[in-house]
Each structure stands twice: as structure tokens, then as C-alpha cells.
Design a protein around this ligand. Sequence first.
Ligand code: GLA
Length: 400
Amino acid sequence: MKSLLLLASLCLATTAIAQKFEGLALTPPMGWNSWNTFAANIDENLIKDTADAMIANGMRDAGYVYIVVDDCWEAKERDADGNIVADPRKFPSGMKALGDYLHSKGFKFGIHNCAGTETCAGFPGGRGHEYQDALRYAAWGVDFLKYDWCNHGTADARETYRTMRDALHKAGRPIVFSLCEWGQNKPWEWAKDVGHLWRTTGDIMAAYDARQRWESGWKVILDLQYSLVQPADGQNNGIGQYAGPGHWNDPDMLEVGNKGLTPAESRAHFSLWCILAAPLIAGNDVRNMSKEVHDILTDKDVIAIDQDALGKEGWRFRAETGREIWVKELTGGDWAICVLNTGSTAADMATDWPAISILHGEYTVRDVWAKKDLGTTRAARTDRVASHDVMLFRLTPVKE
Ligand code: GLA
């Protein structure tokens, strides 16, 4: 009897710690990450300047609050006690001071490390140090941990990420846990109770379409992920069904504004990430961006589609030569409809509302990027759309 009681209390104790922090990331996290533009060339001044720029250019107030320091912040070796330490040349004031700075400016502090023995860039990884590192991150005031999957050897992904989840929980500071195992172990099937977002793919590149070597344009990623997901019945029966408030599919950070994408492609990339309820983590140099890129990243009506409280991921409703139609259900019976010109020249794109079978009844139609009301779905539309550009519509039911 005694041993039964002991067993029961042990089980309870295990259940009590085996959980992620709830109530975080109720909409897809928004922020900025150093990797896509700066890779190893990071230091505390860059991070602080970026934060200052994001206040001045309105990004923070548009919702981009997580500033994430990606790979290469660490010193090459742990200290004599096995603690992970920041590179003292890049971060002479230390990570706690950086976190304090970000918090004082109204941001949240994100950091990157890896579930393997070393990060992808060869810095100390977390394997075997999870509880020690989690305490350290909590003490630094970290709010977001992106946890990579390089150099994991024979480790099991579920077990490894659960260990870090438990370590974070034990450390006691609510931290958004971002799994980055590139979709290799189908995290959407098991990570809902482990993390708040999980990468579904390898790294995207600032290219609409790149099919060579491991390089992947953003469209290639979407094609891979959504090629099998064209539901005839108008239901999202792909991986979108696994996403929702507190647990998101993450098709990788944004390349909006980076060399390799035309403005039209940046706009399309951003629109589709919003349709997918994807985390919006900017990856450009926000200290120096064109007005066009700034206006894409801070468009509140487009962001509202991503951040919609219903938390439903959209899907590719139709793919045909030269054109794709993507849809996302929103609160109040609204729908976002995105028409993408996949062709290499401008084209007239006809939108035949009755053929979009998820729609029922009449809706008003708003051109979200152009901020124009376009009448209702009674009238068919034809829009001239540039190559790799989109039309993004928000439909609202007409009250009877
Ligand atoms: C992996 C991740 C990237 C980035 C790099 C850093 O490739 O997928 O997003 O964090 O590691 O080395």
C-alpha cells in the first residue's frame, strides 16, 4: 500500500512538472531574429540598435516584440562549471544586461541554442546541460528560446525536446519554446504539449523559387508542404489542423526585404505567411529598409489576418497553372482570400466567388493591401496581378 502511494505521488510529481507554460503565444509570435541577415556577425550593439530602430519605425507597436539573438552569441567553450556563457567580445555587458535593455524598451528577449551537442555553427549545444541552461536563461530574463536540431546524434526528438520543456518549466520563468527540428519528426503530431511553435521545414532562402542543393525558396517550401493538401471538401485537412492558439506551425522566419526577393515577392511571402497563421519573425536589417518593405512589414490590416484571435491556419484551396488561391477563416465569419500569380509575367486573374466553395452567401470585399472597398461577392472580379504578386481580399458577411 505504502509503495502504491509512493508510486502515485511520484506519478503526480512527474505530471506536475511535465508541461509547457500555458497562456503564451495565443496568437503567432511576432518579432525579429538576427540570423537571416547577420548570421555570425552579431553583437550587443546590433541588437540594441535594432530594438531602437523598431521603436522608431513602428515595428514594435505593430506587434514585433520578440527580439531573438540567433546562433553565434556563445563563447566557444562552457565555463569551468559547465555554464553556457556569452562571447565576451560580442556581448561585453552580458546577456542579463541585454535582456534588461530589451525589457526596458518594451520588448521580449529571445535566444537561440540547440538540442544537440553543438549548435549548427559549432557553439556549445544544450545536450546534457538542459536543466543548467534553463536556469541560466531564466536568470537572464529570457522570454523565448529557439531550440535547434544540429548535432543531435542518435537522440530522439520527442524525448529531447520534452527534456528541455521540463527544464524550462522547472526553472520557473515563462518562456515561449520554439522547436526547430525542421519538421523531420512531424512535430505537429506530438509537440502541442511540448512547445509553442515548431518549424515545419528546413531553412527558406530569400528566393521565390530555388531548387538547387539544399537551398529552398519560400515557394518551394510551401509547395513541398502543401502539395498534398488541396482538399476537395474545403476543409483544412493538412497540417493546418494541428495549429491553434499556443501551438503554431512555423514555416521559418521571414525573408521579406532581403536581397533576392522583388517587392512583389516580399508582399506575396508576407501575405501567405499571414494566411498560414505563421509566426512573423522579421529577418531583414530593420535599421535600413526601404519604405516599401517597411510598409509591407507594418501593414496592420494584413497583420490582423495573421493575428486573428480564432487562430485558424489557412490553406491552399486551389492550385492551377499560373495561379493559386489560398484561404483563411477569420473571426466573425470573415475570410481572407489570397490570389497568387505564380507565372513569370503579369496576368489578369479572375476571381469567381461562387467557385470558392467555402463561402456561403454574400460578402463585402476589401482589397487589404490597397485599402479599397470593392463591392460584394455578387460581382465576379478580374485583377491585373504582377508576376509573383498577390491580391489579398478580406471578405465580411453581408448582414441579412
Ligand atoms: C538552423 C536553423 C536556422 C538558424 C541556424 C543557425 O539552420 O534552422 O534558422 O537558427 O541553424 O545556425
